[in-house]
Design a protein around this ligand. Structure first.
Ligand code: LLP
Length: 418
């Protein structure tokens, strides 16, 4: 969790009072700090690349807004995409296909064809996908996602690498699958795992790396030399006050040392999503209602789980502050709740806040990863806008939807109109 400066009890974001940003662009609004995004990229890249050739493939599912992609493109990042939509969105932001890897799961032949035609490296997820892809195109770069039997994450719903997972190729099938790929005319370039998302311990990364290394060496014995090892994404970030940050210097040193000492592979790849974008962004909301329900006090804001679903979906903690009463003494504990007609629509629970009132700007921290990207039109609420702050200036990078966007792609059959 980042600390923010304040002036006259108003929180500053990228040097700008959050009240000004909320006033200028309206709420709810995701606001991203460009400098922080660049810093996060440089820190992570530096921690690995000082030891060996490193490619960072930003997992753009975390936030695929064009301006965010463009910033990372200009930093030299690559992309980890999971759908044809993500692939072409990234190309729209300036990424060439050779900087994109595609890691689909249960994808159709139509989608495989579209990705293959662009020449994007496909990270194959199953023996079935391999056979299907071979019928489409085998003259493209491929790698394989394996199931390491090691999983980690902030919630059971985002643990991906455990034994029996729906993702990847089970360990005992890995060597035969690579050999089959060769038989089908592919030249496998690498090997990949993704253990899960948001775990705060580094041990599972080392365990997964050990499996990758063992498998890479078995493949070498079978006559298959790989160019890269891809450890996937999953680096956790601190969402709570005083929670320590991940020591990425140590992670970089340990993982690269393992690869360099135990294999002939000389390139490491990572697919961070959360680490790059999470703390770059806050969600600005406006308090519209304050209620004392006796056993509970509520701060009602003009956003809901349509805007930020993580607290409801994963019981995730997002820190909350009142942007125009920043640093003021807290008076009581409140639940921060939204405008969705479900009891579960909480953005935060039991938070000490300084005398919330209607009109206050309620700031929800660390909303850059899987925030806007997972927002929806539930309850017929238009998607909110996004702004970018750079050099003390804020500008809109996504217009909020209007009401008419809610039915833009819908049709009433003629016969119902008679
Ligand atoms: N690579 C692959 C293949 C992935 O599936 C993911 C995330 C990543 C990389 C990036 O993981 P990260 O570095 O962001 O942890 N919606 C959830 C997170 C789901 C992650 C899905 N896969 C959340 O809000 O916590």
């Amino acid at each position: 969790m980042r600390d923010y400066d304040c002036r006259d009890n108003v929180m500053l974001f990228g040097g700008i009072p959050v009240t000004d940003i909320a006033e200028e662009f309206g709420t709810p609004l995701y606001v991203t700090d460009e400098n922080r995004l660049r810093e996060n990229y440089r820190n992570l890249y530096g921690a690995f690349s000082k030891h060996m050739t490193t490619e960072i493939h930003y997992a753009c599912k975390a936030n695929s807004s064009l301006a965010i992609l463009k910033i990372l493109e200009s930093e030299g990042s690559g992309i980890d995409a999971v759908s044809i939509g993500e692939v072409v969105t990234c190309m729209k932001a300036g990424f060439t296909p050779d900087r994109i890897i595609y890691t689909g799961n249960n994808v159709s032949n139509e989608e495989l064809r579209a990705v293959a035609e662009l020449g994007v490296l496909i990270n194959i997820d199953s023996a079935s996908e391999l056979e299907r892809l071979a019928k489409i195109k085998s003259s493209i770069p491929v790698s394989f996602r394996i199931t390491p039997g090691v999983g980690a994450g902030h919630h059971a719903k985002v643990v991906t690498g455990a034994k029996g997972s729906k993702f990847g190729i089970p360990l005992k099938e890995v060597v035969p699958t690579y050999l089959r790929a060769k038989e089908l005319g592919f030249e496998p370039k690498g090997i990949h795992v993704h253990i899960g998302s948001g775990g705060m311990s580094f041990e599972p990364f080392a365990e997964a790396m050990e499996i990758l290394i063992e498998t890479t060496n078995k493949l070498k014995d079978a006559g298959i030399d790989l160019e890269f090892i891809d450890i996937g994404g999953g680096i956790g970030v601190p969402y709570r006050p005083n929670e320590p940050e991940a020591d990425i210097e140590e992670l970089g040193m340990n993982l690269t040392e393992m690869v360099l000492e135990e294999t002939d592979v000389r390139k490491i790849m990572l697919e961070p999503g959360r680490y790059l974008v999470c703390d770059t962004t806050v969600l600005l909301t406006r308090c519209v209602d304050v209620k004392d329900a006796g056993v509970k006090k509520y701060v009602g804001v003009d956003a809901g789980f349509n805007t930020l679903v993580r607290p409801v979906m994963y019981d995730s903690y997002h820190h909350v502050a009142i942007g125009n009463k920043f640093g003021r003494a807290c008076t009581a504990k409140y639940d921060v709740v939204g405008h969705i007609c479900e009891t579960g629509d909480h953005l935060a629970r039991d938070r000490a806040l300084p005398d919330p009132e209607e009109g206050d700007v309620v700031v929800i921290y660390d909303a850059g990863a899987y925030g806007f990207a997972m927002s929806s039109n539930y309850n017929s609420r238009p998607l909110c806008g996004e702004a970018l702050v750079h050099n003390g200036k804020a500008e809109l990078i996504r217009e909020p939807q209007g009401i008419e966007d809610l039915w833009r792609h819908q049709k009433i059959p003629e016969r119902l109109l008679k």
